[in-house]
Write a protein of this length. Structure first.
Length: 197
């Protein structure tokens, strides 16, 4: 029968080719996939805790890909590989690499020149990263983890709480998160700063 995906508001559907990249073919329920991905992300978090990273290492295409690969490699064959298909959001797939380079260069400038407070730098980066939509799936979780990496590794500050909510499923917390992202789309970063905690 195969796995049928149930996408909530703000999630990006994957195409059949990307769906075929699922490594565990016995998964048939969305909750089973969510559990496998959650365990994979926990392993990535453990890997991150042991790493010392400078801004020059964090703000690179190579690190963004490595983090995504660490977060989803037990689940998806395409983990850590930029998407090669168009999505309902994000830049054209052919422009992903270029836009990531511009974003990383901007972030290094922000850090070096203290353009914004640390939380705002992390969340501006997160917002632009998820807006680029680098990967076939997992972009929201990846961009949130990147914001936490920036807080902890670049600034030596605590990670965001993200209201300690499971933002993958349709909840009131997810609705508020999507509203904060839409406000950021309009140039208003404050709701995302408030939501992230």
């Amino acid at each position: 029968m195969g796995l049928t995906f149930h996408f909530t508001e703000g999630q990006t559907p994957i195409n059949e080719e990307e769906k075929a990249g699922l490594k565990i073919t016995s998964i048939s329920l969305q909750r089973e996939l969510d559990e496998v991905e959650l365990a994979n992300i926990a392993k990535a978090s453990k890997w991150l805790r042991r790493k010392k990273l400078s801004p020059d290492e964090v703000f690179t295409e190579a690190f963004l890909k490595k983090l995504h690969q660490r977060m989803f490699s037990d689940t998806w064959r395409w983990a850590g590989v930029f998407r090669q298909s168009e999505k309902n959001i994000g830049v054209k797939w052919i422009l992903v690499g270029r836009e990531v380079k511009v974003l990383c260069d901007d972030a290094l400038f922000w850090v070096e020149h203290e353009t914004f407070p640390p939380k705002e730098i992390a969340l501006r980066f997160k917002h632009r990263l998820v807006s680029i939509h680098c990967f076939p799936n997992g972009n929201g979780r990846h961009s949130r983890m990147m914001a936490d990496v920036i807080m902890e590794k670049v600034f030596g500050l605590p990670a965001f709480s993200w209201r300690a909510a499971g933002l993958v499923s349709a909840t009131e917390e997810r609705r508020l998160y999507i509203q904060a992202l839409r406000a950021a789309d309009m140039g208003e970063i404050k709701p995302l700063v408030e939501f992230a905690g």
